[in-house]
Design a binder for this molecule. Structure first.
Ligand code: IMP
Ligand code: MG
Length: 180
């Protein structure tokens, strides 16, 4: 395992993003942070603990089939529980890879009548992008590598690592239906 982003660097960047979000939503009394299970959980918890503004939380769970996500193959396994009509929604994701997962979710949130929809993503694998996704709050841009830790998994392992790492073997992700 090679450390790509250390625990200290993660903590510092998360604090910076939280400060930005805190400022930008200071006048909103209707912020809903929506996470995508399970990868975004560690990031979302650390981020939200640093906010001082009122915030509701909710979660989607998605899955895709095959080794990579392709258009039209994103499935919603768990929907959010609350109405987001008229709300300011901040979508929180661990990583933007091809962009298909977020394209699907962002479109759905807008269709349901959110007042605003913005995206906060910890990692941006920009070189892997297939659909254009504007990232309003971005933690780090990384190379096109398969990374684990701080929520990100390889076959459900390594989520609890306190840093972002690259597996030595750099083998491809498992070719089975897997939750995000
Ligand atoms: P998408 O290709 O942008 O739709 O990415 C969908 C999901 O794939 C992300 O939310 C992650 O859960 C997962 N994913 C993409 N790249 C990686 C990676 O490098 N490590 C672990 N999971 C990843
Ligand atoms: Mg994810």
């Amino acid at each position: 395992m090679r450390v790509l982003i250390s625990q200290q660097d993660l903590e510092q960047r998360v604090a910076e993003l939280a400060a930005e979000i805190d400022r930008d939503y200071a006048d909103s009394d209707r912020l809903v942070c929506v996470g995508v299970l399970k990868g975004s959980v560690f990031f979302m918890v650390d981020l939200l603990k640093r906010l001082t503004i009122p915030v509701a939380i909710d979660f989607f769970q998605t899955s895709s089939y095959g080794a990579g996500t392709t258009g039209g193959e994103v499935r919603i396994r768990k929907d959010i529980d609350q109405s987001i009509r008229g709300k300011d929604v901040l979508l929180v994701e661990d990583i933007v890879d091809t962009g298909w997962t977020l394209r699907t979710i962002l479109d759905l949130l807008r269709f349901r009548g959110a007042r605003s929809v913005k995206l906060c993503a910890l990692l941006d694998k920009a070189a892997a992008r297939e659909v254009d996704i504007p990232i309003d709050y971005r933690g780090f841009e990384i190379e096109k590598l398969f990374v684990v830790g701080y929520g990100l998994d390889f076959g459900e392992r390594y989520r609890n690592l306190p840093y972002i790492g690259v597996l030595d073997s750099e083998v491809a992700p498992p070719d089975v239906p897997s939750p995000s």
